[in-house]
Design a protein around this ligand. Structure first.
Ligand code: ADE
Ligand code: ZN
Length: 341
């Protein structure tokens, strides 16, 4: 079997706040004099039993109370880069949720400066990186628009905008004007859609927000016209299998639609979403789908290829990363051949 953690890959769906590991939450809370509702790391981890997206979001936002300073955001991101390197990540497009920090009295500059300080060191980890700012869809359109205004002077650091948080009842249509303005300002666009929400939300993200990628998108499988459209237009889907199991989008990995999505000709990628909360980083997700869905080594290599072809890097960089995958796959074949004789 291929070493799924060594396979070169891009991570296109990771929330930096979702990489906040329990020990680091406590470390930052202590140095910032923040009182947490949990007495120990073990007590906090005990709460990681989610029943749906909202039950997770409640804890996710609560833990952010420990993030106060530029240094916190920098150290959080450096820790992610270290882990990503160990999982074969060569390129990462990283989400952040500024409204969740502005609401707690932090400035946009504190957050972006901390993230940016870390990302400027990406090459030390052999990784290229980009930042995507997400709007919280359970907040108002006006709040999203104000946040977009704050981002305009950071266009050099933020390549795109996305849409996340509680999906049900917050359709993409609510943010059409915000995304129009974001595109006019030169931002690329993506959106979470079809995680808990219906296929109609995926249609809206495509037709109204004109996104280049759909984050999650697994519920597209309930609409055969949508599947045909996604296959024909080759819109990438950033699928997050361990997240879907932990947030009860599916009961077990064996029930996950990823394999059927691939068979339907969809351009799927595999990602970690909020790895500190869902039991694994991106290489762990590759490994979990291989064993849970009986994917072949070729399937995993194809998912790795898709991760780069679906990324926002330029064509020359894509070719370079794809060549690294072919080299890795060829080596894997030689090793298998050697071992089978
Ligand atoms: N924010 C962080 N993780 C998320 C997810 N899986 N869905 C929606 N919003 C999120
Ligand atoms: Zn997500």
């Amino acid at each position: 079997m291929i070493d799924s953690r060594a396979l070169p890959k891009a991570e296109l769906h990771v929330h930096i706040e979702g990489t906040f590991e329990p020990a680091q939450i406590f470390q930052f809370a202590q140095r910032n004099n923040v009182q947490l509702a949990y007495s120990s790391v073990a007590a906090l981890e005990e709460a990681y039993k989610f029943t749906d997206l909202q039950s997770f979001l409640n804890l996710y936002y609560a833990a952010m109370a420990a993030l106060r300073t530029e240094r916190d955001f920098e150290e959080l991101t450096i820790a992610y880069l270290q882990r990503a390197k160990a999982q074969g990540v060569r390129h990462a497009e990283i989400f952040f949720d500024p409204q969740a920090h502005l609401d707690r009295g932090l400035s946009f500059e504190t957050v972006v400066s901390g993230l940016w300080a870390a990302l400027q060191r990406s090459s030390e980890f052999g990784i290229t990186t980009a930042l995507i700012m997400c709007f919280l869809r359970d907040q108002s359109e006006a709040s999203a628009m104000q946040t977009l205004e704050l981002a305009l002077s950071h266009r050099d650091k933020i390549i795109g905008v996305g849409l996340d948080s509680a999906e049900l009842g917050n359709p993409p249509s609510k943010f059409q004007a915000v995304f129009d303005r974001a595109r006019a300002a030169g931002f690329l666009t993506v959106a979470h859609a079809g995680e808990e929400g219906p296929p109609e939300y995926v249609w809206e993200a495509l037709n109204l927000l004109k996104v280049s990628r759909i984050d999650h998108g697994v519920r597209c499988m309930e609409d055969s016209k949508l599947v045909a459209h996604l296959a024909q237009t080759e819109v990438p889907l950033t699928v997050c299998p361990l997240s879907n199991v932990r947030l009860r989008v599916v009961d077990r990995m064996a029930d996950h639609p990823l394999k059927r999505m691939m068979e339907a000709g969809l351009r799927c990628t595999v990602n970690s979403d909020d790895p500190a909360y869902f039991g694994g980083y991106v290489g762990d997700n590759f490994s979990a789908v291989q064993s849970g869905l009986q994917l072949t080594d070729d399937d995993l290599v194809q998912l790795a290829r898709n991760s780069f072809t679906s990324s926002f890097i330029d064509e020359a960089a894509k070719r370079e990363y794809l060549a690294q995958i072919e080299g890795f796959a060829a080596m894997n074949t030689v090793m298998k051949f050697g071992l089978s004789r």
